[in-house]
Design a protein around this ligand. Structure first.
Ligand SMILES: *[C@@H]1O[C@H](CO)[C@@H](O)[C@H](O)[C@H]1NC(C)=O
Ligand SMILES: *[C@@H]1O[C@H](CO)[C@@H](O)[C@H](O)[C@H]1NC(C)=O
Ligand SMILES: *[C@@H]1O[C@H](CO)[C@@H](O)[C@H](O)[C@H]1NC(C)=O
Ligand SMILES: *[C@@H]1O[C@H](CO)[C@@H](O)[C@H](O)[C@H]1NC(C)=O
Ligand SMILES: *[C@@H]1O[C@H](CO)[C@@H](O)[C@H](O)[C@H]1NC(C)=O
Ligand SMILES: *[C@@H]1O[C@H](CO)[C@@H](O)[C@H](O)[C@H]1NC(C)=O
Ligand SMILES: *[C@@H]1O[C@H](CO)[C@@H](O)[C@H](O)[C@H]1NC(C)=O
Ligand SMILES: *[C@@H]1O[C@H](CO)[C@@H](O)[C@H](O)[C@H]1NC(C)=O
Ligand SMILES: *[C@@H]1O[C@H](CO)[C@@H](O)[C@H](O)[C@H]1NC(C)=O
Ligand SMILES: *[C@@H]1O[C@H](CO)[C@@H](O)[C@H](O)[C@H]1NC(C)=O
Length: 468
C-alpha cells in the first residue's frame, strides 16, 4: 500500500522513471531540449551502455531512434513538428528488445512570429500597433521590445482575432525599431522585427510672403528634424511634395497657376518616413488685377500730363502704360508723367496692371492737357491784335490829320470825329472821346440852360452850334 502510493507520487512527477519489470534499475536518464525551432526539437540525454532507444509520440507512433553520440551524450532531432505546439514524448531505453525504462517528458516547439504588425493609430508621442493573433489562438502571448529598451509584455485582449498594444512617451518625427515576440510555453518566437515612425510636428506657421495675381509665395520655418519633406495640398486638388532644403531654416515655395483675386485653401503637411503630420490648414487670396481710381492730373503749362491710379491690393510688379502713338512705359508706382505734349489736347492712355507674368485687362482713359494756358494765350493774342489794330488806326488818323492840316486848314471836323467814334473803342481813344462827349454834353446842357433865358431874355445873343 505504501509502495503503491509512493509509486503514484512518483508517477505524478515528470520527468520520472516508470519502473517496469526491471531486474536492475538503470542509470538515471534525463532528456533536454538542446535546440528548438518551429518544426524541430533536438533532444539530448545521457548514454546508457548497450541500450537502444524508441521514441513514442503523443499520437502513439513509436519510432526506433538512430542517435548520434557525442561522448556520453546522445542526440536526436525530432522533425516535422508544428510551431508553437506542446508535445508529450516517451523515450524508452531498450535492452535486447525489451523496454527497460521509459522517460516521459514534454517539449514545445518555437511559436510562429506574427505575420505582420500594422500601425493602428499614431500620434506625435505614441504608436498603437495591431496584429493578427498567431493561429487565431489566444494561448499565445506577446512581448514587444523597443530597441535599447526593456521588454514589455503586451496585454492580451481575449476573444478577438487581433491584438493591439500602445507604446507611448515617444518623440515626434522619430523612427523606432521594435521586435515582437510570440510566447508559448515559456518559449519565444524568433521575433518579428519592424519599425515605425511617430508623427512629425506641423510647421509652426506659414507666411504668404508675396501675393501675385497668379501665384502665391509661401514661406515657413523648417521643422527641426532629419529626413523631413513637405506636402502641400491645394484645396482638394493635387498635392505637391516639397523637398526640404539642406542647411536652411526657412523654406519657400511658390504655388502657381492660380486665378486672380481668388481665395485658396491649403494644407501643409510635414512628412517623415512617409508619415504625415496633422497638417496645417491656411488660406490666402491671390492679388486682384483691377486698376481702380485711374485719373489724370494737369501739369503746369499744359505740356505734360500725369496719370494717377490707386495701388491695387496684393503684389503687383508694375504697370504698363501706353499712350496712343507712343511706346509703352512701365511704372512700379502709382503715377506716371507724360511730357512733350500739347496743351488743351485729348490723349488716349491704356493701362495694364502686371502681377508677375500676368497682365490685367486694359483700362483706358482719355486725358486732356491743361487748356488754361491756351485760353490765356488766345486772349492775350486777341488783345495784342486789337492793340495793334488800334495802334494802326491811331497812326492812320495822325497821318490823315497831318495831311488835312497841311491841305485844308478849314476842313470840317465832324466827319473825322464820326469815323473815329464808329471804328475804335480802345481805352485811350475812348477816354478822349468821353471827354469830348462830356464837353459836348456840357455844351448841350449849357445850351439847354441858356435856351430858356434866351426865350425870356430877348437881349441875349443866341449862338447856334453848328452840329445841332
Ligand atoms: C508516460 O507516457 C505513456 C504514454 O503516453 C503513458 O501511458 C504513461 O502513463 C506516462 N507516464 C507518466 C508517469 O506520465
Ligand atoms: C555491452 O556490450 C559489450 C559488447 O557489445 C560487452 O562487451 C559489454 O560487456 C556489455 N556491457 C554490459 C553492461 O552488458
Ligand atoms: C504521429 O506524429 C508524428 C510526428 O508528428 C508523425 O510523424 C506520425 O506520422 C504521426 N502518426 C500518426 C499515426 O499520425
Ligand atoms: C478567430 O477565432 C474567433 C473565435 O475565437 C472567430 O470568431 C474568428 O472568426 C476567427 N478568425 C479567423 C480569421 O479565423
Ligand atoms: C541604441 O543602441 C545603439 C547601440 O547600443 C546605439 O548606437 C543607438 O544610438 C541607440 N539608439 C537609441 C535611440 O538610443
Ligand atoms: C531583428 O533585430 C535584431 C536586433 O534588434 C537582430 O539581431 C535580428 O537579427 C533581427 N532579425 C531579423 C530576422 O532580421
Ligand atoms: C512669418 O511672419 C511672422 C510675423 O510677421 C514673423 O515673425 C516670422 O518670422 C515669419 N516667418 C517666416 C518664415 O517668414
Ligand atoms: C534619411 O533617409 C535616408 C534614405 O531614406 C537614410 O539613408 C538616412 O539614414 C536617413 N537619415 C536619418 C538621419 O534618418
Ligand atoms: C476654404 O475653407 C473655408 C473654411 O475654412 C470654406 O468655407 C471654403 O469653402 C473653402 N474654400 C474652398 C475653395 O475649398
Ligand atoms: C521701382 O523701380 C525703381 C527703378 O526701377 C527702383 O529704384 C525702385 O526701388 C522701385 N520701387 C519699388 C517699390 O519696387
Amino acid at each position: 500500500m505504501r509502495i503503491i502510493s509512493l509509486l503514484l507520487m512518483c508517477w505524478s512527477v515528470a520527468p520520472m522513471w516508470r519502473l517496469s519489470s526491471l531486474a536492475s534499475p538503470p542509470n538515471v536518464m534525463g532528456v533536454f531540449v538542446k535546440a528548438r525551432t518551429e518544426t524541430l526539437l533536438t533532444l539530448e540525454w545521457t548514454k546508457m551502455n548497450n541500450f537502444s532507444y524508441i521514441l513514442r509520440y503523443s499520437n502513439g507512433t513509436e519510432t526506433p531512434l538512430t542517435v548520434s553520440a557525442d561522448g556520453s551524450v546522445l542526440r536526436y532531432t525530432v522533425s516535422s513538428l508544428s510551431p508553437g505546439t506542446k508535445y508529450t514524448f516517451v523515450l524508452y531505453a531498450v535492452f535486447k528488445g525489451v523496454k527497460h525504462s521509459a522517460f516521459n517528458f514534454t517539449a514545445v516547439t518555437s511559436p510562429s512570429n506574427v505575420a505582420s504588425v500594422s500601425v493602428k493609430a499614431r500620434s506625435e508621442t505614441a504608436l498603437t500597433f495591431e496584429w493578427s493573433k498567431v493561429k487565431n489562438n489566444s494561448v499565445y502571448t506577446y512581448i514587444l521590445r523597443q530597441s535599447n529598451r526593456s521588454d514589455v509584455h503586451t496585454p492580451m485582449y481575449w476573444g478577438g482575432s487581433t491584438a493591439t498594444h500602445t507604446v507611448s512617451s515617444l518623440s515626434p518625427g522619430t523612427k523606432y525599431a521594435f521586435t515582437l515576440y510570440t510566447v508559448f510555453g515559456g518559449e519565444r518566437s524568433s521575433g518579428y522585427n519592424f519599425s515605425a515612425a511617430t508623427m512629425p510636428l506641423n510647421v509652426a506657421s506659414v507666411n504668404v510672403t508675396q501675393r501675385f495675381a497668379n501665384r502665391l509665395e509661401l514661406s515657413w520655418e523648417e521643422v527641426k528634424s532629419n529626413n523631413i519633406s513637405y506636402i502641400l495640398r491645394h484645396g482638394s486638388k493635387a498635392e505637391t511634395t516639397i523637398a526640404a532644403l539642406e542647411k536652411s531654416s526657412v523654406m519657400t515655395h511658390t504655388v502657381s497657376s492660380l486665378s486672380p483675386g481668388t481665395r485658396y485653401n491649403f494644407t501643409l503637411y510635414t512628412v517623415f518616413e512617409g508619415v504625415r503630420s496633422r497638417g496645417l490648414t491656411f488660406s490666402s487670396v491671390t492679388a486682384s488685377l483691377t486698376v481702380t481710381g485711374l485719373r489724370c492730373e494737369h501739369l503746369s503749362g499744359g505740356n505734360a500730363l500725369a496719370l494717377v491710379w490707386d495701388a491695387p491690393s496684393g503684389q503687383w510688379t508694375g504697370v504698363e502704360v501706353q499712350m496712343k502713338g507712343r511706346n509703352p512705359q512701365y511704372s512700379n508706382g502709382t503715377r506716371l508723367e507724360f511730357h512733350d505734349l500739347h496743351p488743351a489736347l485729348w490723349y488716349d492712355v491704356t493701362l495694364k496692371l502686371c502681377s508677375g507674368d500676368v497682365k490685367s485687362a486694359p483700362v483706358s482713359i482719355s486725358c486732356q492737357t491743361d487748356p488754361r494756358g491756351v485760353i490765356a494765350g488766345v486772349i492775350l493774342a486777341l488783345l495784342f491784335m486789337v492793340f495793334l489794330i488800334c495802334l494802326g488806326f491811331v497812326y492812320h488818323r495822325q497821318s490823315v490829320l497831318n495831311r488835312k492840316t497841311q491841305s485844308d486848314l478849314h476842313a470840317n471836323q465832324t466827319s473825322s470825329q464820326g469815323a473815329e467814334e464808329g471804328a475804335c473803342n480802345a481805352p485811350v481813344l475812348a477816354k478822349q472821346q468821353s471827354s469830348d462827349s462830356r464837353k459836348h454834353l456840357g455844351q448841350r446842357l449849357n445850351k439847354k440852360k441858356s435856351v430858356k433865358p434866351t426865350q425870356e431874355n430877348p437881349y441875349s445873343n443866341p449862338s447856334t452850334p453848328s452840329h445841332q
